[in-house]
Design a protein around this ligand. Structure first.
Ligand code: OAD
Length: 234
């Protein structure tokens, strides 16, 4: 198999072994919180303090997590592969860039950025956000929010992602349950454009039947092994 352009979609399972909880596994984030309260524009309008508390808690918890062997393997692939490698992540953590990935798209935003709903400026952000936090750019209070994509909002960089999917000859999906669109539809798009498609996940995802190939196991085991296989094949 000759692959000049690889697109890799990642989800919460990739960061699980760094100590970041997934969403839909037993004991995951959506078992403890109702997404309608903390991850929708309507929830934010109803109770902004509750939404800030949820993301402040996650931001603080993420401050001490480190990339694992799977993030490191993907960064190694980008650096060593003779073709083009892009990671499109649904994760809001900073573990891909922490491991050294540079061709990276955060389609669901970033926990360590804040967005002003008034002037729409996004900026790096490591502190707590509260309902009185002023925007450093326009000075307005009460409009700051985490720069993450909520349910009902359009994910970021979709045009660029579609271009990458059109040109990809290998599409790899890692650590995602395949429940959330548009990301869950990328495999079908890549396949329709002629890409070979591979799932690397702890267990068969919702979309397993859409992939030409699947390898199931923990990300820190299967991802470095698959990266080695790609690098040896070149
Ligand atoms: P999910 O929690 O839905 O799925 C995580 C997947 O990772 C599951 O299929 C697990 O089996 C798998 N998994 C768990 N541990 C793993 C490990 N150690 N190695 C490999 N795989 C493992 O998370 P996502 O699919 O990322 O969006 O969720 C997608 C989106 O839904 C998130 O970006 C978030 C969420 O609601 C928003 O908040 C908008």
């Amino acid at each position: 198999m000759t692959c000049d352009r690889i697109v890799i979609l990642t989800g919460a399972g990739l960061s699980a072994e760094s100590g970041v909880p997934t969403f839909r596994d037993a004991g995951g984030i959506w078992a403890k919180y109702d997404y309608r309260d903390v991850a929708t524009p309507q929830g934010f309008a109803r109770n902004p303090a509750q939404v800030h508390e949820f993301y402040n808690m996650r931001r603080n918890a993420h401050a001490s997590v480190r990339p694992n062997a799977a993030h490191e393997a993907l960064a190694r692939l980008e650096q060593s592969y003779p073709g083009e490698v892009w990671v499109v992540t649904q994760n809001v953590d900073a573990l891909h860039e922490g491991a050294g990935s540079r061709n990276l798209i955060h389609m669901h935003g970033e926990l360590f950025r804040a967005l002003c709903g008034a002037c729409e400026k996004s900026r790096p952000w490591h502190e707590d956000i509260g309902i009185e936090t002023p925007c450093p750019a326009c000075g307005k209070k009460g409009a700051m929010r985490p720069d993450v994509v909520w349910f009902g909002e359009m994910p970021y960089h979709m045009e660029r992602i579609r271009e990458l999917l059109e040109r990809a000859d290998l599409f790899i999906s890692i650590g995602t349950s395949g429940n959330v669109y548009p990301a869950a539809g990328f495999v079908a798009e890549a396949r329709a454009n002629g890409a070979h498609t591979v799932e690397l996940n702890l267990e068969p995802s919702e979309g397993r039947s859409l992939f030409a190939e699947a390898i199931h196991g923990k990300a820190t085991a299967v991802v470095p092994a698959y990266v080695d296989h790609l690098l040896v094949g070149k």
